[in-house]
Structure formats: C-alpha cells, structure tokens
Write a protein of this length. Structure first.
Length: 234
C-alpha cells in the first residue's frame, strides 16, 4: 500500500469540500458521509502521488521549461478562495452567482500572485514563498548545539547555511556553502549556540536547501525562536 505523501490530508479534505459545493451548485442530492470519506481517502492517496509523478516526468523530459514552484500555503489559500466563491448564492432563475470557471480561475490567480504581493507588502519572504528544506540530506547538522561540520549524504547538491544572530530573511546566511554528494564543509559558529526555547531565542540557525533556493532564517510560527528556511531564487 503506498504511503501518504505531504499534503495528503489537505487533498482529502479539499476534495470532500469541493464535492459538497459542486453538488449543491448543481442542485444534486448530498452525498452521505461515508461516500465523502471514501472520496477524500482516495484523493489523499491519488492526488499527491499523481502530482509527484507528473512533476518527475516533466523534469525528466528534455526541452521542457522548469516547473513553477507552488507551496502548500499557496494551494491552501487558492483552494479556500475558490471554495468561498463557488459556495456563494444564486442569481434569480437558479443560476450560480459565480460561474465555475470564474471561481477556479480566481483561486489559481490568488495562489499564483500571493507570494509576490506578500513580498512587496512586507519587504521579506513570507511562508507562502518559502522552498522546502533538504535537512534530511545532512549529517552532522541536526541535534548539534554548535555546528561546525556538515556532510551531504544525498545524491544531489545542497546548499547549507549557518545564520548567526542578526542575519534574517530576506538576507541569506553569510556562511553558505554548496556541497556536492559526499562532500563535507566546515563552518565557524563563533560563540553562538543554536536558537532554542526558552533560553536562547536569538542563537544561530542552520538549514540545508536545494539550489537555487538560498538558506536563511526567520522567526518560528509562534514568533519567538528562529528556524532555518529556504528562500526562493533571486
């Protein structure tokens, strides 16, 4: 049985919600809860795997342009906008207030434009813009209070960054090194220790990214300590 990929829960819940909204728009009877649960479970398996395989096949095909990056936050906000618009009322005569194509187009537009708008409004990269990290490709980084040496244990290049206090998004880590598979790099943490709760909020932060993403750091979701993040290419 295939495993659930990241985003599976969201794919399942969003599918069930879209089924509810689209059947209501068409004036069709509601599905019972068990049918919605089955549809959501199937979508949780199928959609992430299908997208992953499609992206892999796209990248392996010579001559095709690079796929645009889409984060979970972008998809979440885009789907939410589409659901809200499609769930609006009806015009006289029973026609939906918002056509299906308009609701879906609005969701795609919001998902595509959201990172740029947030960046222009705040001056720093928000979570909708961030790239996934490659921390699993490192040896000697995770669990270290004062990092000094990192080895790339994956079969692809990674960019490892050590951000000291004062280096924050949108600036990349000053100590950033690109490691080829099997390569090791050394860093100079000085006297700084790893950022942690509750005693050392503004300590150093480390993160590994897939180039051309750039290592940096920003405050955690709770807004206290710092965590390593991967900024989009310039």
């Amino acid at each position: 049985m295939p495993e659930f990929l990241p985003g599976a829960v969201f794919a399942g819940v969003a599918t069930a919600l879209f089924v509810i909204v689209l059947r209501a728009r068409a004036g069709m009877p509601r599905w019972p809860a068990w049918k919605l649960a089955v549809a959501g479970l199937v979508a949780a398996f199928v959609l992430p795997w299908a997208l992953a395989l499609l992206a892999s096949a796209w990248r392996a095909t010579p001559g095709l342009p690079e796929l645009p990056f889409v984060s979970f936050d972008q998809v979440f906000v885009g789907a939410l906008v589409a659901l809200l618009l499609l769930g609006l009322g009806r015009l006289p005569g029973g026609r939906p207030l918002v056509p299906l194509w308009a609701g879906l187009l609005a969701g795609v537009a919001v998902a595509a434009l959201l990172p740029s708008v947030l960046h222009m409004a705040t001056g720093s990269y928000q979570r909708a813009s961030l790239r996934p990290d490659a921390n699993r490709c490192t040896q000697g980084m995770l669990g270290e209070v004062q990092l000094r040496e990192v080895t790339n244990i994956c079969g692809e290049p990674i960019a490892v960054g050590l951000c000291l206090p004062g280096e924050i998004n949108p600036a990349p880590c000053a100590q950033t090194k690109t490691l080829q598979p099997g390569e090791t790099a050394t860093f100079d943490p000085g006297e700084a220790r790893l950022s942690s709760l509750p005693s050392n909020l503004d300590g150093l932060t480390v993160v590994a990214c897939r180039p051309p993403a750039r290592p940096s750091r920003m405050k955690t979701t709770m807004g206290r300590a710092y965590e390593g993040v991967c900024l989009p290419p310039e």
